[in-house]
Design a protein around this ligand. Structure first.
Ligand code: ZN
Ligand code: ZN
Length: 148
């Protein structure tokens, strides 16, 4: 089980089980929505995701549906604005971001081995080159062209 929360802590969740995907995403949607060169995205089946802040959960949440992807709903904290999950009605997945997961005293994410990224995806639109041992893909890992 993994715990996650927004920056201010007003919104929190747990996810259980094994991710179906964990990768550094360099797509332009992630870049523009996060303001960062790439994000650590982690996908779970929606059944694995549960809000843990007090109900009614939506009192503390705003939602946003990207016009180009009407099947996706992004949920963000009304207080601090951090977007903590994106739910897809098409795939039945919840995406969460590694940066929001609970950490130890040294600032390291707990259970890192179970959630660490296995690839760089949508790497062609990268804002910087990454020199590591993970595969670099034009789209999703193993279903697109491997660049490096
Ligand atoms: Zn917050
Ligand atoms: Zn992305």
């Amino acid at each position: 089980m993994l715990k996650g929360a927004c920056f201010c802590g007003a919104v929190s969740y747990i996810v259980t089980g094994t991710p179906t995907l964990s990768a550094f995403c360099h797509c332009t949607n992630c870049q523009r929505l996060s303001g960062c060169p790439f994000v650590h995205t982690i996908h779970f089946p929606s059944s694995a995701f549960t809000w843990t802040h007090p109900a009614p959960h939506e009192d503390r949440l705003d939602s946003y549906v990207p016009p180009a992807k009407p099947w996706k709903t992004r949920w963000r904290c009304k207080s601090c604005g951090a977007c903590v999950t994106s739910a897809s009605s098409k795939t039945g997945n919840h995406s969460v971001w590694g940066a929001h997961l609970a950490r130890n005293e040294a600032g390291k994410i707990l259970n890192w081995e179970s959630v660490k990224p296995t690839a760089h995806i949508f790497y062609e639109t990268r804002m910087l080159d990454v020199k590591d041992d993970l595969g670099k893909w034009t789209g999703y890992e193993n279903t697109s062209t491997r660049l490096e």
